[in-house]
Design a protein around this ligand. Structure first.
Ligand code: SF4
Ligand code: SF4
Length: 399
């Protein structure tokens, strides 16, 4: 006979009961694809959570591992015909696991502390980057090669204030991919926007913390952020951050992922961008495709200038998953191996017509995939678009 356990009481029973165990989500789950075991699938995890909640199953090490290894890519949600809100099941579970066993997260806590303190983040990034150059840190670790001179924004200004937007610079995106911010500004200004920069004071959106289960820290950051003064429209070029900010600022601001905003200007961009000969392989970040439903927009934008190649894996996760590759390196690497194999298949298919770039709109995917050793340049789509601006709009900022 089942009794109620002390675990997972925050998970809504109705959400659990929406799952009819059909298994249609299984092929869309990267961890199921790697293991072939039901307990590493959405259905399996839902059943584990339900059984632990009702007291029918003990929360053993194996159960915790199955729950810990969910990447929260949300590939299962759009695949589910019953409309299971998997995120509202797994989020409180992750938060509870981290709350109950704080000690097991010490390295992750330290990492996330650094992420929210921009000076430390920049300092450690440079140290790691140098250590990697002199081979003290293995090449497979996703450390971006940042330059010592921090590039500054040179806002052109002069555009009308009725098209004013705030570019949310965030944490990792600013420390590791500032060039993408600069390219974003270039594109927005070419489209007539007046751009303001959020900068370090604005703070981090808390997406990494929330994803890792540090719900309280994430809430605190989100509260701080919602008190900041800013233009009504906020533009974000990291898919994980745009997904998170859309929730945090849902009632006060219009938050747009940069791909979403640029897509609204497709015909303007057709005038502004030049055609190029290269081919781009598009990698879709989960938080763009599965969470925000932004998919064909990136292709349509890139198609203005480039030939597009696509993966045939229904947007299966690459394994990066916020801090997932740090906290669960084995599963993350196994998931990445499958992704890279699919990328290599398409690259081979494309030859002798080479694929010149892999485009991905999320810093986590960019850095994690770069660490796979795949020999192709990984770039944010915004950088490719900014490079393709006709010279009178470009700031001459080719890579
Ligand atoms: S989560 Fe949805 S697709 Fe997966 S088993 Fe349950 S009902 Fe079926
Ligand atoms: S969120 Fe991703 S990893 Fe987790 S169960 Fe769903 S598809 Fe699998």
């Amino acid at each position: 006979m089942s009794t109620v356990s002390g675990f997972f009481q925050a998970v809504n029973e109705e959400d659990l009961n929406t799952c009819v165990n059909c298994g249609l989500c299984l092929p869309h789950c990267p961890t199921y694809r790697v293991t072939g075991e039901d307990m590493f699938s959405p259905r399996g995890r839902i059943n584990l959570i339900r059984s632990v909640k009702t007291g029918d199953l003990e929360l053993t090490k194996e159960v915790v591992h199955a729950l810990d290894t969910c990447i929260q890519c949300m590939g299962c949600e759009p695949a589910c015909p019953s409309g299971v809100q998997y995120h509202s099941i797994i989020s409180p579970v992750k938060a509870e696991l981290h709350d109950r066993w704080k000690w097991r997260d010490v390295p992750l806590r330290c990492g996330l502390y650094i992420v929210t303190h921009m000076r430390y983040l920049r300092f450690f990034t440079r140290v790691l980057s140098v250590a990697q150059k002199i081979k003290l840190v293995p090449k497979r670790l996703p450390v971006p090669q940042v330059s010592f001179r921090r590039r500054s924004f040179q806002l052109r200004g002069g555009n009308t204030s009725d098209k004013e937007v705030l570019l949310f610079t965030g944490c990792v995106m600013d420390a590791w991919y500032r060039k993408v911010h600069i390219d974003t500004v270039t594109l927005l200004e070419a489209l007539g926007y007046s751009v303001k920069i959020s900068g370090d004071d604005f703070g981090c959106c808390g997406a990494l913390h929330e994803h890792a289960g540090f719900a309280r820290s994430a809430k605190k950051m989100q509260r701080n952020l919602s008190r900041r003064k800013s233009p009504q429209t906020i533009v974000v070029n990291s898919a994980g951050c745009s997904a998170s900010l859309k929730n945090t600022l849902a009632t006060t601001h219009v938050v747009l992922d940069i791909n979403e905003l640029l897509y609204r200007h497709l015909s303007d961009l057709e005038e502004l961008l030049v055609q190029r000969k290269e081919t781009v392989l598009v990698q879709e970040p989960c938080h763009l495709r599965h969470v925000q439903g932004i998919s064909h927009e990136v292709n349509e934008l890139l198609k203005i200038s480039f030939t597009i190649a696509q993966l045939a894996d229904d947007g299966l996760c690459c394994g990066a998953g916020g801090s997932f590759s740090f906290s669960q390196p084995e599963m993350a690497t196994a998931v990445r191996v499958r992704k890279v194999a699919e990328m290599e298949r398409v690259i081979e298919l494309g030859s002798p017509k080479a694929i010149h770039y892999v485009a991905s709109a999320n810093p986590g995917c960019l850095s994690f995939l770069s660490g796979s050793g795949i020999n192709i340049e990984m770039v944010h789509p915004v950088t490719l678009l900014a490079q393709s601006l006709a010279s009178e709009y470009s700031k001459g900022d080719k890579q």
